[in-house]
Design a protein around this ligand. Structure first.
Ligand SMILES: [Zn+2]
Length: 144
């Protein structure tokens, strides 16, 4: 009886574990895992993922930049580079010394004719007028 009990314990503890985690099964596991990692998740997969991510990120960034503050800032520098400083011109409305370049339709396109020199007061009036008609007010006042 005691021999049988000992045999059963040995059989369960060492025999079972030895069989299920033997070298052959370990090798099979490793091979299957390596196969998965090596083939499916390597170059092609990574390239696809990276391409998707790149596309998403660049598009999103560009959209944000074009549609938001940076476009105004960028175009402001662009128009200064093209026409010079607004302070070198006279205000289009009151003929005082201009201070800012105002965009006629607020689309901030790369069209020289769309930018007019305005003095401070005319610019703010112009923007307020425009904003009241077409847009919810934004903080160009803080910029001036
Ligand atoms: Zn003016």
């Amino acid at each position: 009886m005691p021999k049988g009990i000992y045999k059963r314990k040995k059989g369960i503890k060492y025999g079972m574990t030895g069989k299920f985690h033997s070298d052959t099964t370990k090798r099979k596991m490793k091979k299957s895992h390596k196969g998965m990692l090596g083939k499916k998740l390597s170059k092609k997969h990574k390239e696809k993922i990276s391409e998707k991510h790149k596309g998403m990120h660049t598009e999103e960034k560009n959209c944000n930049w074009k549609g938001d503050k940076a476009s105004k800032g960028a175009m402001h520098f662009w128009i200064i580079g093209q026409k010079g400083k607004a302070s070198e011109y006279k205000c289009k409305y009151c003929l005082k010394q201009a201070r800012d370049w105002a965009n006629v339709d607020h689309t901030y396109k790369r069209i020289l004719e769309d930018y007019i020199p305005l003095c401070r007061s005319c610019h703010s009036k112009y923007d307020i007028k425009y904003n009241n008609i077409n847009h919810t007010p934004y903080t160009i006042k803080n910029k001036i």
